[in-house]
Design a binder for this molecule. Structure first.
Ligand code: EPU
Length: 419
C-alpha cells in the first residue's frame, strides 16, 4: 500500500507522453487468444490491470511476456482447459472478456464474476443475451458464469443498453459464429474500433465498428498480427483537466485529438485554450475556470471516466456547475474527499451541484476507485500545500508512471509506503 504526496498550487508546465489505452489493452489481450501464431501488441501501458491480464494469460498456458521495446508477445496455441483462478479474475472487470474470447476459441468458458471499481450495480445481462443469441448455453452458479456451444451461429442482436463491455464480449464470440452477426445499438467507443482493427488484421471480417451497427462475418481462420494500442484518452483528459485547473501550459504527445473532442470542448467552455497539432494537444490556462453544465454519456458524449477529474476542476470555478452522471448509478465516491479539501459539492441523485470556491486546501484524502484517485491527483495539483493521497493502488491500475509525468510538468510529488 502506498500514498502520494503532491505539492500543489503552482501552474503546470511541460510535456507528457500519453500511454496506451487501458480499456483497449484489456480487450485486445484476451482477443490475442484467438489467432494462430504470435501477436505483437505495442503501446500497452505498464499498469496493474495489464500486468494482471498478462498473469491470467500465462496461467491459462499462453506464452505472454514483455519485450525490451515495451511490446508484449502473445502466443496462445496451447491452452489448458482449467477455469481461470478467481484470485486473478476478481482483480479486474475486463476478465469477463475471457467469456467471449474462449467461447470463440474453444466453444466453452468458465469465469468467476469480475471485480473492478464499485460504481453501483454492474449487470452483465446484455453480454449473456448476446451469447445466448449466438447459440450458447449460459448458466450462472455460485458467482461463476459458464458458457458453452457446440457451434456458434450468427444472429441479429439488439442491445437494450449501450454497453462497451457487452459490445466487446459479443464481438469476440461472433468472430467464430457461422454466418453473419449484426450487433445493433452497439457502443461506439474508440476502443471497440481498436479491437475490431486488431481482429481484422488477424483476418476477421468486422465492419461498422465505431457506429452503432457492427456486422461480423464469422468463422474465418485468424492468424496473429502486430497491433499498436491507441492512446489513452482518459489519461490525456486527466492531464488536460489538471492543466486547465492548476493553470499553465501543457503539451500532451501521442494522442488522437478527435477522441478528445468531448473533453476539449468542455475545457474550452471552461475558458482554457486547447490547441491541436497532429498527434499532440496543448492546453493553456491563465484564468480561473468558468462553471459548466455537463452530462456524461456513451461515446461521443462526455466520458464518465473523465468526470471525476472534471469535478475537481469545477470545484474552483467562478460559479455553480451541474454535473450529471448518465452511465453509472454511483460515481461520486471522490466528492466526500474533495469536500475535505474545501470543495462545496452537493450530490442529489445522479447530479452533483458544485459551488466553486476560491481555492482548495491540501488535506489527507483517500481514493476508493480508479477515477476517484485521478480526481484527487488533479485536486492535489490545484491545492496550496501538500495533499496526501491514500489508496494509490487504485491509480496504479490505470495510470502509467504518474510521478514521472507529474514531475515533467513541474509538480513535486513523492510516493511513500503506507505504514
Ligand atoms: N449495463 C447493463 N447490462 C449489461 C452491461 C452494462 O445494464 O449487460 C449498464 C451498466 O450498468 C452501465 C451501462 O450499461 O449503467 C454502461 O456499462 P458498460 O457495459 O458500457 O461499462 P463496462 O464495459 O463495464 C467500461 C469501462 C469503464 C467505463 C464504461 C463506460 C472497461 C474495462 N471498463 O465498463 O471504465 O466507465 O465502459 O464507458 O472497459 C474506468 O476505466 O475507470 C472504467 C470504469
Amino acid at each position: 500500500m502506498a500514498k502520494l504526496l503532491v505539492d500543489g498550487g503552482r501552474p503546470l508546465r511541460g510535456t507528457v507522453r500519453i500511454s496506451g489505452r487501458k480499456n483497449s489493452a484489456v480487450a485486445v489481450m484476451p482477443a490475442a487468444l484467438l489467432p494462430q501464431g504470435t501477436s505483437r501488441l505495442e503501446n500497452l501501458p505498464r499498469i496493474t490491470d495489464v500486468e494482471v491480464f498478462l498473469s491470467i494469460l500465462r496461467q491459462m498456458g499462453a506464452e505472454a511476456a514483455w519485450r525490451e521495446d515495451g511490446s508484449i508477445e502473445v502466443n496462445a496455441e496451447r491452452l489448458y482447459r482449467l477455469p481461470v483462478s478467481f484470485e486473478l479474475t476478481r482483480r479486474l472487470r475486463a476478465s469477463y472478456y475471457l467469456l467471449g474470447a474462449l467461447l470463440a476459441r474453444q466453444g466453452r468458458a468458465e469465469v468467476a464474476l469480475p471485480g473492478g471499481c464499485d460504481l453501483g450495480p454492474r449487470p452483465i445481462d446484455q453480454h449473456l443475451k448476446g451469447f445466448r443469441a449466438l447459440g450458447a448455453e449460459v448458466s450462472l452458479q455460485r458467482g461463476t458464469v459458464k458458457v458453452q456451444a457446440r457451434q456458434l451461429r450468427g444472429a441479429r442482436i439488439y442491445f437494450d443498453v449501450v454497453s462497451v463491455g457487452a459490445t466487446i464480449n459479443v464481438l469476440l464470440a461472433a468472430t467464430a459464429a457461422e454466418g453473419t452477426t449484426v450487433l445493433e445499438n452497439a457502443a461506439r467507443e474508440p476502443h471497440v474500433v481498436d479491437l475490431a482493427n486488431y481482429l481484422n488484421a488477424c483476418g476477421a471480417h468486422i465492419r461498422g465498428a465505431g457506429t452503432d451497427v457492427i456486422k461480423v462475418q464469422g468463422g474465418h481462420p485468424l492468424r496473429a498480427a502486430a497491433h499498436a494500442i491507441i492512446p489513452d484518452e482518459i489519461e490525456a483528459a486527466t492531464f488536460m483537466t489538471a492543466a486547465a485547473a492548476a493553470g499553465g501550459d501543457v503539451t500532451l504527445e501521442n494522442v488522437i485529438p478527435t477522441h478528445l473532442e468531448p473533453v476539449s470542448a468542455k475545457l474550452k467552455e471552461a475558458g482554457a485554450l486547447v490547441l491541436e497539432n497532429g498527434d499532440s494537444v496543448r492546453v493553456i490556462s491563465t484564468e480561473r475556470p468558468l462553471p459548466l453544465q455537463l452530462k456524461t454519456m456513451p461515446y461521443p458524449g462526455f466520458p464518465t471516466d473523465a468526470m471525476p477529474p472534471m469535478t475537481a476542476l469545477l470545484s474552483i470555478a467562478s460559479g455553480t456547475s451541474l454535473v450529471s452522471e448518465g452511465v453509472w448509478e454511483n460515481r461520486f465516491a471522490h466528492v466526500n474527499e474533495l469536500r475535505k479539501m474545501g470543495a462545496r459539492i452537493r450530490v442529489e441523485g445522479r447530479t452533483a451541484v458544485i459551488e466553486g470556491v476560491d481555492a482548495l486546501q491540501a488535506a489527507p484524502v483517500e481514493a476508493r476507485d480508479l477515477r476517484a484517485a485521478a480526481a484527487l491527483m488533479v485536486a492535489g495539483c490545484i491545492a496550496e500545500g501538500q495533499t496526501e493521497i491514500f489508496g494509490v493502488e487504485h491509480l496504479d491500475r490505470g495510470y502509467e508512471g504518474t510521478e514521472e509525468k507529474l514531475r515533467a510538468l513541474g509538480v513535486r510529488v513523492q510516493r511513500l509506503r503506507e505504514e
